[in-house]
Design a protein around this ligand. Structure first.
Ligand code: ATP
Ligand code: MG
Length: 559
């Protein structure tokens, strides 16, 4: 898995579209769409669908629409619409023309329903929801007709109009397609296609008090937009006969082909808007863009780049079989991207004071170090050597374990980009805690090896006077269970929240170049991991850890 830009695999959807084009289907057009319901923020699973839909259009010289599937006004709102638009744009995709809304077609959908009624293919059913459910039958028993199934066309037209005119109470009647009550596919047993709901709609206001159901709306919206390939996840496979049935009955501009693919499931996380919303609403996380959330907004704030998410989606491929993708694949994708592009910087997370006793008080030496070990185009940064420095506590051991290569009493270590220092004295407080190291530097070791001895360890450091205090947030996985959703013991996903998913370091010290850090631009803090300046409201310098330098989870979970 070393090449993420490998040749694009010929997954089955690519093959279908290629064949269709060869056969001259759809006049050689390719038109896809991404159809989110604006009832929450997009998550990494949606990214798979976005990448697939937009990249197919791009590759085949076609178009991809962004269409809000907005048939449930009570659960939807404008905030979600804006967030979804900005997430799609951030991922690097541009939808064709204006944003579309299924609600743009409500008037057409109404006319289509009237058309179905005229053909005797839809009827207004005034049974209660319980009666409708009871009569629907089971997997082994066919459904039964309700008392309203054989009403006349005239009566149906009249009642449907009354539904629309607000003369019928919410829930008191529905419009059902008249298909086949004995169908082995329950979706075909006279599905409800309209319901009465007095709900304010974010796009259409109070114009409608009846709303079309998803299955009915989706296929017609696709057809009205001239979609050629309607890509959706496997749970819609059983809905395809209904998708086709509706289009076959009506005079529509085209008949798109529905093709299903496996949804993305990621371990150690949940990808259901409902559950993500619950995490937000109940305050388990700090909003939809909390860096621990698998939302696009959360990943962005965490420091994921659009390229890393797109590469990840390319890596996992598109298949027909359900599987669970390991979180380490996503982490691989971001490390791979950041290793190439992130400037390096030093930040000491657990500061231990070091005084260089043979360096004069107040004296400063500016040192220029490359921002990236391989990419010279990223330029250089300036750091300062001064009498007082900080190194990380973990880089000093009084009684070192075997193989410890960093600083020990009397031992030497190289400060990255600067000199070799020797620890001459260890200062402790009353409780025996090491609070300071008195050291000396070797002036002949700047950019060269010391004479006559080998110094193996290299540690990161910052100047005490030429660094800035920063808050650093170390994130870990939000769940400590591999499949928080479907633990077998009947527990809820909320029972598996990792209590240590956020560790805040209130006072770390960052090198001067980090003062200019922009929210969203990544850094590698040498030896610590990849970090990004937080985009939250704070005036302070706050950095989020995107990912550690290496996969530390593999070890833990293979124990
Ligand atoms: P959720 O289960 O999170 O609520 P959804 O399917 O209800 O998701 P929609 O807004 O309807 O959310 O999804 C928009 C598109 O994204 C659909 O075409 C859907 O199939 C696709 N999609 C949703 N979740 C995933 C996933 N985990 N993997 C791939 N595609 C997905
Ligand atoms: Mg859905």
């Amino acid at each position: 898995m070393s090449k993420t830009e490998a040749v694009k695999p010929a997954h089955f959807i690519r093959q279908i579209i290629t064949k269709d084009l060869e056969a001259g289907k759809n006049d050689g057009r390719v038109a896809t769409r991404f159809p989110p319901e604006p009832n929450g923020y997009l998550h990494i699973g949606h990214a798979k669908s976005i990448c697939l839909n937009f990249s197919m259009a791009e590759e085949f010289g076609g178009t991809c629409n962004l269409r809000f599937d907005d048939t449930n006004p009570e659960k939807e709102n404008q905030e979600y619409i804006e967030a979804i638009k900005s997430d799609v744009t951030w991922l690097g995709f541009q939808w064709h023309d204006e944003v579309r809304y299924a609600s743009d077609y409500f008037a057409d959908l109404y006319q289509f329903a009237v058309d179905l009624i005229r053909q005797g293919k839809a009827y207004v059913d005034e049974s209660t929801p319980e009666q409708i459910r009871a009569l629907r039958g089971t997997l082994t028993e066919p459904g039964q007709a309700s008392a309203y199934r054989d009403r006349s066309v005239e009566e149906n037209l009249q009642q449907f109009e009354r539904m629309r005119n607000g003369e019928i109470a919410d829930g008191a009647a529905v419009l059902r397609a008249r298909i086949d009550l004995a169908s082995p596919n329950i979706n075909m047993r006279d599905p409800v296609i309209y319901r009465v709901r007095r709900a304010h709609h974010h796009q259409t206001g109070d114009h409608w008090c009846i709303y079309p159901m998803y299955d009915y709306t989706h296929c017609l919206s696709d057809a009205l937009e001239g979609i050629t390939h309607s890509l959706c996840t496997l749970e819609f496979e059983d809905h395809r006969p209904l998708y086709d049935w509706v289009l076959d009955q009506l005079d529509v501009p085209c008949h798109p082909q529905q093709i299903e693919f496996a949804r993305l499931n990621l371990n150690y996380t949940v990808t259901s808007k409902r559950k993500l919303k619950q995490l937000v609403d109940e305050g388990h996380v700090d909003g939809w863009d909390d860096p621990r959330m698998p939302t696009i907004a959360g990943l962005r704030r965490r420091g994921y780049t659009p390229a890393s998410i797109r590469n990840f989606c390319e890596m996992i491929g598109v298949t027909k079989s359900e599987g669970v993708v390991d979180m380490s694949m996503l982490e691989f994708a971001i490390r791979d991207d950041l290793d190439k592009h992130a400037p390096r910087a030093m930040c000491v997370l657990q500061p231990l004071k070091v005084t260089i006793e043979n360096w004069a008080e107040g004296q400063e030496q500016a040192l220029s170090v490359p921002a990236h070990p391989k990419d010279e185009t990223l330029g250089a940064r300036e750091i300062f050597f001064t009498r007082e420095l900080y190194i990380d506590r973990s880089d000093f051991e009084e009684t070192p374990p075997k193989g410890f290569k960093r600083l020990i009493p009397g031992g030497e270590v190289r400060l990255r980009g600067a000199y070799v220092i020797r620890c001459d004295e260890v200062i402790k407080d009353d409780r025996g805690q090491v609070v300071e190291l008195r050291c000396s530097y070797d002036p002949d070791t700047l950019g060269r090896n010391p004479e006559g001895r080998k110094v193996k360890g290299v540690v990161h450091w910052v100047s005490a006077s030429r660094s800035m205090a920063a808050e650093v947030r170390l994130y870990d996985r939000l769940f400590n269970h591999e499949s928080p959703d479907s633990a077998r013991d009947g527990s809820s996903f909320l029972d598996h929240i990792n209590p240590d998913s956020l560790q805040v370091i209130a006072q770390a010290y960052a090198e001067p170049s980090l003062a200019q850090a922009q929210a969203g631009s990544p850094y590698q803090f040498e030896r610590e991991g990849y970090f990004v300046r937080d985009s939250g409201a704070s005036e302070k310098l706050v950095f989020n850890r995107t990912v550690t330098l290496r996969d530390t989870w593999a070890k833990v979970s293979n124990k």
